[in-house]
Design a binder for this molecule. Structure first.
Ligand code: NAI
Length: 694
């Protein structure tokens, strides 16, 4: 292996180059190399200044992911940063690409920073449940004060070079060659007496102590209820920058980092990070020949079709949008137009970009216009006959080798594929609403689907910036199956004594942005009603059935769009509990002879979580999900499952599988089939394993 860090001396300037492709991650070997070369440069009398550069596409973009969650071998990053900062010779960072996390901290420890104009700088550690551990919490506030430092570290969002310059975080923007610009600056600094400027000694950001303290206090108040311990620790560390000596602040940062890194939240967030990457690895990718996709057709321009078209236009594809009549088409196109108008108005894109994207859209009511298209995504009504009819028409017009993807939520893709002459070209692309925003894409693989079509789906997902997860054919695939279990567990509790508002509040406290009944009101109660009706025939007479939702639908209370559902929505001060629903619930309890009992938030959370994990385990056993972590990715990216809990399977692992299984078993008396623990629990428990080990 070539040296990851090299040193050369050019006209009295030492150039230390990091070369650890692809992203110059700060692995142990890189830290060791840096430490050695910095010391060599310092002790070389011919060297007057040191420039730190990176080869390849970026300055270090962060830590080495393989070291996540493990104790770091020395030298740790803050030791390397110390060397750079305490160097008696000026140190200058030349930054290009994405200087993130430890990469940015390395630059912050240098005395001067020159940055390429399109580079980004950031401290995203909070997104993994930790905090900067290389001195970032102490150095950034010393330069820019509390407000900007907290923004950077609590949002985790990178900033552009220009903004960094405005804040004073960097010294110069290079327009072309950043290494040359940094060398020129080094020469200049040497000419001017080779003054060092250790960040630890700077106090630019600390000057107004009152403003500093106020900014910290305001943020502490604002983030009071954040579930991540790292958030509070970042605020503490930033506060320390103002009141403690640098070394004490660094020690505090180190302790906070270690505490957070080993905590359940960071463990769950690391799991989410790796689970997402793992989900993209599917057997079909091996030896696959991708089918070319240069144009996309979307059939049905309703809620989903319009969103899918936007996602495809945003990714640069030309899109042919087909509706059944002119009115429908106009409505659909209008949806897309107003989306771009809004994006332009909000400054997310400029007008020319919006127009450019729209210009790639062709609307039509003629299926034949789809003949030249490589991939067609069908998003017509969720009705088997309608879909069959559309499939038959598409079979007529589609080019040979074209891909036919359906966005169905529940329908049997194999049955649909069997109705046409090319079942091998049929696949499910299950988008989530709003389709141009939600990250998840379930790629549903039918019995006859050509592996190359599956592989092409994963490649398309990458282009659409979606998170793809492979699913087998099953009613509701992965996500909606788990969701159904979640809702059923909640419905049982409604009938047994809880209220919708109480269940919603408990699940928000668990970390969901909104509770299950709020979601139902938002999505429309009629959709799940239709599913229950469709599945009625498959229900065993002994299965417990809760008809509260049906009774609400019978009143026409389909949720937000109808003004009422579980909540009343047309109120000035926001939704309130619907008293008529509470009456329906009481009537149902009476009819079932149920004496209501009370539920603690903990029990509500346990029942919902364990029901989800159990359904996830069943999906893995059935082969619908390839692995438990895929179930987690689906729930995290499609259903608002709190990231700091890592998904239902991870959350169950953290509770302990024996405990989960015992609880499930104890609830079996209430509903034998629903609460029966998946055999996967016993299999894992007896081998001392967890879902995460699969
Ligand atoms: P929608 O009712 O908003 O839109 C369906 C559109 O298809 C309508 O504009 C209709 O005019 C059009 N259409 C019907 N027959 C057609 C035909 N023969 N040719 C061309 N266009 C035709 O429905 P939505 O919500 O967009 O759902 C579409 C599909 O996406 C369904 O399969 C649904 O299950 C699925 N889905 C829906 C989600 C949601 O949150 N709404 C989420 C994920 C999937």
């Amino acid at each position: 292996m070539s040296e990851p860090v090299t040193l050369r001396v050019e006209n009295n300037i030492a150039v230390i180059t990091i070369d650890n492709p692809p992203v110059n991650a700060l692995s142990h070997a890189v830290r060791t190399g840096l430490s050695r070369q910095i010391q060599a440069a310092i002790s070389d009398d011919a060297v007057k200044a040191i420039v730190l550069v990176a080869s390849g596409r970026t300055f270090p973009a962060g830590a080495d992911v393989r070291e996540f969650g493990r104790p770091r071998e020395t030298p740790i990053l803050s030791q390397v940063c110390d060397l750079l900062e305490t160097s008696p010779k000026p140190t200058i960072a030349a930054v290009h690409g994405n200087a993130l996390g430890g990469g940015f901290e390395l630059a912050l420890a240098c005395h001067y920073r020159v940055v390429l104009n399109n580079a980004k700088l950031g401290l995203p550690e909070v997104k993994l449940g930790v905090l900067p551990g290389g001195g970032g919490t102490q150095r950034v506030p010393r330069i820019v004060g509390a407000e900007a430092a907290l923004d950077l570290m609590l949002s985790g969002k990178p900033i552009q070079a220009k903004k960094a310059l405005g804040l004073g975080l960097i010294d110069k923007i290079a327009e072309t060659d950043v290494d040359d610009a940094a060398l020129a600056m080094a020469q200049q600094v040497v000419l001017e007496g080779a003054k060092t400027r250790p960040t630890r000694d700077r106090a630019d950001g600390l000057q107004d102590a009152v403003a500093f303290a106020n900014a910290v206090a305001a943020r502490r108040k604002k983030m009071k209820n954040d579930p991540l311990p790292s958030v509070a620790r970042i605020i503490d560390c930033v506060e320390a920058a103002q009141i403690l000596p640098f070394e004490a602040g660094i020690a505090m940062e180190r302790t906070a980092f270690d505490d957070c890194e080993t905590g359940p939240e960071a463990t769950a967030m690391r799991h989410a990070f790796f689970a997402e990457r793992r989900a993209a690895k599917v057997p079909e990718l091996k030896g696959a020949t991708l089918r070319p996709v240069t144009s996309i057709g979307v059939v049905g321009a309703g809620t989903m079709g319009a969103g899918i078209a936007i996602a495809c236009l945003d990714a640069g594809f030309p899109v042919v949008l087909v509706e059944r009549d002119q009115d429908g088409l106009e409505r659909g196109v209008q949806r897309i137009v107003s989306n771009y108008d809004k994006s332009v108005a909000k400054g997310r894109i400029d007008a020319a970009t919006g127009e450019g994207r729209l210009s790639r859209l062709t609307g039509t009511t003629n299926m034949q216009d789809l003949t030249p298209v490589d991939l067609i995504i069908e998003a017509v009504f969720e009705d088997e006959d309608v879909k069959r009819n559309v499939f038959a028409q598409l079979d007529e017009v589609m080019k040979p080798g074209g891909i036919l993807a359906t966005n169905t939520s529940y329908l049997d893709i194999d049955a649909l594929a069997a109705t046409i002459s090319r079942p091998q070209d049929v696949v499910g692309y299950h988008f989530f609403s709003p389709a141009h925003i939600m990250k998840l894409l379930e790629i549903v693989v039918g019995e006859k689907t050509d592996p190359n079509v599956v592989a092409t789906g994963f490649e398309l997902a990458r282009k659409l910036r979606k998170v793809p997860v492979r699913a087998g054919v099953a009613d509701g695939f992965i996500g909606n199956r788990v969701l159904a279990a979640y809702r059923l567990a909640a419905d049982f509790m409604l009938e047994d004594g809880a209220t919708p508002a109480q269940v919603d509040a408990a699940m928000r406290a668990f970390g969901f942005p909104i509770g299950p009944y709020q979601v139902l009101d938002m999505a429309g109660l009629d959709i799940s009603w239709a599913r229950r009706k469709r599945l009625a025939a498959t229900r065993a007479p002994e299965d417990r059935y809760v008809s509260i939702g049906d009774k609400i639908c019978e009143q026409g209370w389909f949720g937000q769009k109808a003004g009422r559902g579980y909540y009343i929505h047309d109120q000035e001060d926001g939704p309130v509990e619907n008293p008529d629903v509470l009456e329906i619930i009481e009537d149902e309890r009476r009819a079932q002879g149920i004496t209501p009992r009370s539920f603690s938030d903990q029990e509500i959370q346990d029942r919902c979580l364990f029901a989800m994990a159990n359904e996830g385990a069943r999906l893995v056993s059935e082969g619908v999900a390839l692995r438990p972590s895929d179930v987690d990715v689906v729930l995290l990216y499609g259903y608002g499952f709190p990231r700091h809990r890592g998904g239902p399977m991870m959350a169950a692992d953290q509770v302990g599988l024996l405990k989960v299984k015992n609880a499930l078993t104890s609830w079996r008396a209430e509903e034998p089939r629903f609460w029966a623990p998946s055999p996967l629990f016993d299999e894992l428990i007896k081998n001392g394993r967890k879902f995460g080990d699969l």
